[in-house]
Design a protein around this ligand. Structure first.
Ligand SMILES: Nc1ncnc2c1ncn2[C@@H]1O[C@H](COP(=O)(O)OP(=O)(O)OP(=O)(O)O)[C@@H](O)[C@H]1O
Length: 457
């Protein structure tokens, strides 16, 4: 197809690539002044009704799912020759295939990507859809104001779960495709995607695409030092018998998340080394309000060397957060109890926002709220203890803050440690409420966070 000038109001810049059924172009939305990617149904398939239908279905699923983990569809249109096109954000950092092509990824980087890919597939499963073609080239990477977004894309083969158990044309990509997808008529369910997640994990960890099933060589044999739990998870996802696989993308992703936070993984490498690549790549932003995450600088860097700054409350609060934790953020989150005004809200910066409210999830992050005035006793802020373990109480004082800290080094029934603080500013009529969750116990983390956090003067 020759390069067209426009698709509707989108000015074409260049060809990005062509898949089996469509061509994707980089274009510019002059009205909103933003680059976009426009996917156009290929000419040779335009009159094939089932392909046309599938193309529209892809756009519809992505639009309806409207998830931060999936590529979004903003607009749809039809060319003069009646071929449909749809408009997506431009993924300017290529795909996970580009990363995988460089060889095995650092473990923490691979686990981060797998968690995010898994969340995207979980959204699809929740939406009643099987992707059927999960592979590194179908996971796109986009830069955002706070780092890199990981977006599951290309739903050209996606199928409604209900419709997948009858006759289904064979679809998928060898190496990533489950055994039940190999022939037409396979009775498919979400475990086909779990197989593909296992195949992607295998490739990211070992640098090699898994062989055709049955896969007999575990990742550990190709990369010594892979944690046993990860090895077992990947091999179970790649089981020929799907009843032996994790039941869906969520089950797979929960286990990846747990491995990422597990003490045995931490003991392999110190935590600051484990998360080194995460410091370089903060990830998805979850809100449209202005939150500015600056690079490691100033006070934060000199205190620990590993904190990053998140500005909140109209830039008033300069909150220091360990960079490894600064992967997602959400501002406007409610403070645990009413604290006089029940509209008090704060900012949550965490490795995983969804996991924050799950007691059993291994998550690391900081919740901070700026309350008007001073004199908030921790009991007045907390509606109940965040943890049932033994508590350590102490006072905190530095040139900026004065108040109380409570710490729970371990909590029965949930992983990791919790700490909370209520700290009055020494310079302003304001109180900082902080909640810190971390997978292991590093008792001084909250002190380092507080010492490097300040209010604008
Ligand atoms: N939103 C996007 N931003 C940037 N590049 C994109 C975007 N969507 C798709 N691409 C790129 O366009 C090319 C074609 O994508 P498409 O989804 O049509 O097919 P494919 O995944 O390459 O192949 P197939 O569909 O046959 O598996 C790919 O190189 C893909 O990375």
């Amino acid at each position: 197809m020759a390069q067209p000038d426009t698709f509707g109001r989108y000015r074409v810049i260049r060809h990005l690539g062509s898949g089996s059924f469509a061509t994707v172009w980089l274009a510019h939305d002059d009205r909103l002044d933003t680059p976009v990617a426009v996917k156009v149904l290929a000419e040779n398939w335009a009159h094939q009704l089932d392909v046309h239908h599938r193309f529209m279905e892809e756009a519809r699923i992505l639009r309806q799912a409207d998830s931060a983990w999936l590529i979004r569809v903003h607009d749809i249109g039809t060319l003069a020759d009646e071929r449909p096109y749809f408009v997506m954000p431009y993924a300017d950092q290529g795909s996970v295939a580009d990363l995988a092509a460089k060889g095995p990824l650092p473990l923490d980087e691979a686990l981060r990507l797998l968690t995010e890919i898994g969340q995207g597939v979980t959204v699809l499963h929740g939406h009643g859809t099987i992707h059927r073609d999960i592979k590194p080239s179908n996971v796109l990477l986009q830069s955002s104001p706070v780092g890199q977004r990981v977006l599951v894309a290309d739903l050209g083969f996606a199928k409604a779960i209900d419709g997948a158990s009858g006759f289904t044309a064979a679809a998928g990509t060898p190496g990533y495709m489950s055994p039940e997808q190999r022939g037409p008529g396979g009775d498919l369910d979400v475990r086909a995607d779990v197989y593909s997640l296992g195949a992607v994990a295998y490739e990211l960890i070992t640098g090699r695409r898994p062989p055709q099933p049955p896969v007999r060589v575990p990742p550990r044999r190709l990369r010594p030092g892979v944690p046993r739990a990860l090895d077992d998870l990947i091999m179970s996802a790649l089981a020929e018998d799907r009843t032996a696989r994790p039941s869906d993308a969520k089950a797979f992703t929960d286990r990846i998340r747990a491995i990422r936070m597990a003490p045995d993984l931490r003991s392999e490498l110190p935590w600051w080394v484990r998360h080194r690549s995460l410091w370089r790549r903060a990830a998805a932003a979850f809100c449209s309000l202005v939150v500015l995450m600056a690079a490691t600088t100033g006070a934060a860097a000199s205190t620990t060397g590993v904190l990053t700054e998140v500005r909140y409350a109209g830039d008033e609060l300069h909150l220091a957060v360990p960079q490894a934790w600064a992967r997602q953020f959400h501002n406007g989150r409610a403070v645990p109890s009413a604290v006089e005004s029940d509209t008090a809200s704060g900012v949550l910066v965490a490795t995983d926002l969804e996991a924050w409210d799950e007691p059993r999830a291994a998550v690391a992050g900081v919740f901070a709220a700026l309350l008007p005035g001073r004199g908030y006793d921790l009991d007045s802020v907390l509606s109940g203890a965040p943890c049932r373990g033994p508590v350590e109480r102490r006072a905190f004082e530095d040139p900026e803050w004065s108040g109380q800290i409570r710490q729970w080094p371990s909590c029965p029934g949930r992983p990791g440690a919790v700490a909370v603080a209520s700290l009055a500013s020494k310079h302003r009529e304001a109180t900082l409420y902080l909640e810190v969750r971390q997978p292991g116990s590093q008792p001084d983390v909250i002190d380092r966070i507080v010492s490097a956090t300040r209010l604008a003067r």
